[in-house]
Design a binder for this molecule. Structure first.
Ligand code: AQP
Length: 348
């Protein structure tokens, strides 16, 4: 087995408002990995346009959202001076490798992707080819840097498994050529998903069985990173719950999805285990717990929102960060793509 140096890659789409699920499931994990790994964090604008223009809002909105996600990364604590932060479309190698992967991945593999089924819904024939091929572009995003670790929320697990399948098939299909070109056995690592922490799947505030999501038509279903203190408190006050008081132990959260979700959010924001949260609030009514959760949410999110506002007021700075990050990303991606061309047999 080839040993690959450890490298972290992950991305966030610039579509709509970033929410608490994106923050707890992904961005806080990105921040945590910075001390131990070389990290590449990407605003995946090419993924954003796989949906209808009405979803991502058109060119001006895309630019604004790309800067906003970049600002969220920095405001949450990602250091663009130490790690690479850029937007996907500036590094053409993502699209180049995605094409090769389109020819490696099988239709049957992509047909099984639940995210495509959910997003295409009943209008499958009307979905873009890009939406169907989304997972091959995602595999290219990761593997063009030969990244070994990918922090994501639970909803991305299936796509990560597909990235591993693509890497494995490429390594197998081109084994002789890989040996001839690189002298090694495998060209791509099999990237490991890092799905960690107490909030890998934050659920909707209106329905504890549905994922908190940017595309939910109800704004009350999610807490946006840009919501002000009053809005956060109001959304938590209105969050769906059940009539029972909170249980004293985790076992008591079973079959209570809304209670489980709110306790999970508290646990992630307070950075303490659910058991400790229940030891403190067991027996309390939701009105008491919701007040504490709203205070904690405001305390954690308001400084990020304020910093995002400060950063987005200076789009020139954000654009400089993205251009510099893209230059650094290209330095890694270009030689990988050149080797892929040699391995596949493209003259250059
Ligand atoms: N509810 C969630 N809980 C935990 N993690 C989540 N993520 C998304 N929703 C939750 C994680 O956030 C990262 C970036 O997601 P994305 O920008 O690629 O977009 P997404 O998954 O499409 O986000 P949404 O809100 O779910 O958008 P829609 O509504 O369009 O489907 C990923 O690591 C993701 O796992």
């Amino acid at each position: 087995m080839t040993a690959f140096p450890q490298r972290v890659f992950s991305g966030v789409q610039p579509t709509g408002n970033l929410h608490l699920g994106n923050y707890l499931g992904a961005i806080t994990r990105f921040v945590a990995l910075q001390d131990s790994h070389d990290c590449i964090y990407c605003v995946v604008d090419m993924h954003a346009i796989t949906q209808a223009v009405s979803v991502w809002g058109g060119p001006d909105e895309l630019k604004k959202s790309t800067r906003e996600v970049t600002a969220a990364f920095i405001a949450a604590g990602i250091d663009p001076d130490k790690h690479i932060v850029f937007n996907q479309s500036q590094v053409a190698e993502h699209a180049e490798l995605a094409w090769v992967f389109n020819c490696v991945a099988r239709m049957g593999w992509l047909n099984r992707m639940t995210q495509f089924k959910e997003k295409a819904g009943k209008h499958r024939e009307n979905a873009s080819v890009g939406l169907f091929a989304y997972p091959t572009l995602m595999a290219a995003d990761i593997l063009v840097y030969r990244a070994t670790h990918v922090p994501v929320g639970e909803d991305q697990k299936q796509h990560l498994e597909l990235s591993r399948d693509i890497a494995q098939k490429f390594n197998g299909d081109f084994a002789d050529s890989i040996r001839a070109v690189t002298g090694g056995e495998e060209f791509f690592p099999l990237p490991e998903p890092l799905i960690q922490g107490p909030a890998t799947r934050v659920m909707s505030l209106r329905d504890g069985t549905k994922k908190m999501s940017k595309s939910d038509p109800s704004d009350n279903s999610r807490i946006n990173l840009t919501d002000d203190a009053d809005t956060i408190a109001q959304k938590i006050r209105k969050a769906k719950t059940d009539p029972e008081p909170l249980p004293g132990e985790e076992e008591g959260l079973k079959e209570r999805p809304e209670a489980d979700n709110l306790v999970g959010i508290y646990s992630a924001l307070a950075d303490k285990p659910k058991a400790d949260v229940l030891a403190e609030f067991g027996g309390a009514q939701f009105s008491t717990f919701k007040t504490a959760l709203a205070d904690l949410s405001v305390a954690r999110l308001s400084p990020i929102a304020a910093e995002m506002r400060r950063l987005t007021a200076d789009p020139g700075y954000i654009d400089t960060v993205l251009v510099r990050g893209a230059d650094q990303a290209r330095e890694i991606a270009r030689p990988v793509m050149n080797s892929v061309k040699d391995i596949v047999g493209f003259l250059r």
